[in-house]
Design a protein around this ligand. Structure first.
Ligand code: GLA
Length: 382
């Protein structure tokens, strides 16, 4: 995390509230493979990164609490016993939601002040929202000795997103942000919420993100629609979640499912298998196979799950045309945000330049390139 951001958050806090705050870093995440599998009780393979949210937080003697979003130059005061969701799309819902969900668990907190700032652009598909939620719950747990475990904290963050933000997200983002391990990706079983870390060293290859810098609207409702479509198909299959179904099971109910939902369920079942195959490929040191699986993941997200967009498809096609890229796909919820690319190290800059130029020509818009480090999860900065 950039020192400048931490200093900024800390100094703003001290100047505004005249006390020393606790400082927290809460990372965003990448996801190597396993997209839209988390809310199907499936497998995902994310990692926390060195970009995220820095927060300064401390108790307050006043009758109100204050939250300051430095990036947005926006401040909000609120009363803990009068919380309700703010209008859709507003940043304070991440804060209010976490506070409300803590209270729902009969944990008592007092007034507090928080100042935060991040270096992940919203809409990048890198979970700036989970990073923020986790920083709030982690900070409040420290300040008020709530005795919450990290598992409880991520469930609180997730519920905040469900009930205050209105996105019925899975657990991947909050988990990766909270439990990240330096230099590792986590194979997370979203049913048991347990993970196994894998040290990621791709030798002459590396991961690189390209942000389309677009976020098409309707993505939240499209997300919730897909989640309920998956749930309807599992009901028809008589299983708890699509994680429990095979392609053969799905074929048996083909007449009962509308074609669009059949394709979506098929995607999920295949992506779940791909995720396990990808981890095996990493164990075997077979990056060509990993790359091919990553391309297949994108193909499924575009043609079956239908959560991609022209900008993402364009960047993935740029990758396909470039021999130095082994695999590329859209990352996160979709409809914009980043592609993740597995690229030869010494050709990465060249590819980034070529893809950026082509993107500009096609869309008359800049994309952004991020080189990331896999990092530790949410923690106090001492
Ligand atoms: C968003 C959600 C996650 C996950 C991904 C898609 O990031 O928050 O829970 O479903 O989309 O894999």
């Amino acid at each position: 995390m950039s020192k400048a951001i931490i200093t900024d958050v800390k100094n703003t806090f001290i100047n505004t509230f005249k006390t020393e705050p606790l400082l927290i870093f809460s990372p965003g995440r990448i996801n190597i493979i396993g997209e839209h599998t988390d809310y199907n009780d499936g497998f995902v393979f994310p990692a926390a990164v060195d970009k995220g949210i820095a927060a300064a937080i401390q108790k307050s003697d006043s009758k109100k609490s204050t939250a300051v979003a430095l990036d947005l130059d926006s401040t909000i005061e609120f009363e803990l016993d009068k919380l309700k969701p703010s209008k859709e799309g507003s940043w304070e819902n991440y804060v209010f939601g976490v506070v409300a969900e803590i209270q729902n668990r009969n944990k008592v907190i007092g007034n507090f002040n928080i100042v935060f700032k991040g270096n992940i652009p919203g809409g990048a598909g890198m979970s700036s929202s989970a990073a923020l939620e986790n920083s709030v719950v982690f900070g409040l747990n420290e300040l008020f000795n709530l005795g919450l475990t990290k598992h409880e904290m991520i469930l609180i963050s997730q519920k905040a997103e469900h009930n205050y933000v209105g996105v019925k997200c899975g657990i991947m983002d909050q988990y990766a942000s909270m439990f990240g391990v330096k230099n590792n990706a986590l194979l997370l079983d979203c049913r048991t919420i347990e993970s196994k870390p894998y040290e990621i060293n791709f030798k002459e290859h590396q991961l690189m993100l390209i942000n389309t810098n677009v976020k098409h609207s309707l993505s939240d409702s499209a997300y919730n629609d897909r989640r309920s479509a998956c749930e309807r198909v599992s009901e028809l299959l008589g299983v708890k979640a699509l994680r429990d179904a095979t392609e053969a099971d799905l074929k048996r109910i083909i007449d009962k499912v509308i074609p669009a939902n059949y394709q979506k369920a098929l995607y999920v079942i295949q992506e779940n298998e791909r995720t396990l195959k990808a981890v095996k490929a990493i164990e075997d040191g077979n990056l060509e196979t990993l790359g091919a699986l990553i391309y297949q993941s994108h193909e499924g997200l575009t043609t079956k799950y239908k959560v991609s967009c022209n900008e993402l498809d364009f960047l993935v096609n740029q990758a396909k045309e470039n021999k130095s890229v082994l695999g590329a796909r859209m990352m996160g919820g979709g409809f914009g945000g980043c592609t993740i690319n597995l690229v030869t190290k010494d050709k990465a800059n060249r590819f980034a330049e070529e893809a950026s130029k082509a993107y500009k020509k096609e869309f008359n818009k800049e994309c952004s390139v991020y080189f990331i480090k896999l990092s530790k999860g949410t923690h106090l900065i001492r």
